[in-house]
Ligand binder design. Sequence first.
Ligand SMILES: CC(C)=CCNc1ncnc2c1ncn2[C@@H]1O[C@H](COP(=O)(O)O)[C@@H](O)[C@H]1O
Length: 244
Amino acid sequence: MSDQLRRAGAVVLGGGERTRQPMADEALLQHTGQPWSHLDPWRVLRIQSEFVEGFDALKELPPAVSVFGSARTSTDHPMYQAAVELGRGLVHRGFAVITGGGPGIMEAANRGAFEAEGTSVGLGIELPNEQGMNEFISLGVNFRYFFARKTMFLKYSQGFITMPGGFGTLDELFEALTLIQTGKVKNFPMVLFGRAHWAPLMEWVRDTMAEHGFIARSDLSLVTVTDDVEEALDAMGRPGEIPG
Ligand SMILES: CC(C)=CCNc1ncnc2c1ncn2[C@@H]1O[C@H](COP(=O)(O)O)[C@@H](O)[C@H]1O
């Protein structure tokens, strides 16, 4: 290491005074004026506790499928009804159903699962003006951090069914696709339910993303697009089975 570079734990620092950071024990003893509970290191313990609580609450969960979709879908929308049927169908096939615990499509999938007397899980998120979890949940966990919550969806699901939705839904979809594409998650079926909503996106993925080489053509096979409840359920395989 040159004279210019210093180590601070795992971190390598260059540029002399410009990047000077206090040593760990110096920082601990420094008085910053901020309450200690507002500092990031303390926040790490909160983050850690979210993972511990989530893992602990979900450790006995039977094989599950997560259903995502808009928080804004009203009860009289055909997609709400389809999500109820998916929730019910998943339970009849032996799955627990996981959602984000909110209204709209989440509520509908939980409703189907709950009314079929299955395990209906809500992984809620703290949001401004939140309305609390929907009433069709048999096991609920509330999170402060999106990233901790998203780990739970993937860790405890055998596959995802994604219904029409907005940014939140796309976030969940593309995180899962990235993890599948990079081999972090294997044999993970993904259904996009609702052709009218998803076909234009998949067209762009094929004609722009794949065409310009940003993804491989084979990445397109990661996803099944359908309007058919039975086809969506079939794509999830059997509980505990790792689809080939
Ligand atoms: C009416 C309203 C905005 C309620 C917000 N309440 C929510 N409660 C729980 N999860 C949520 C909520 N909003 C977004 N999400 C997350 O983001 C996805 C839906 O976001 P969006 O509506 O597609 O973008 C859901 O699958 C869920 O995981």
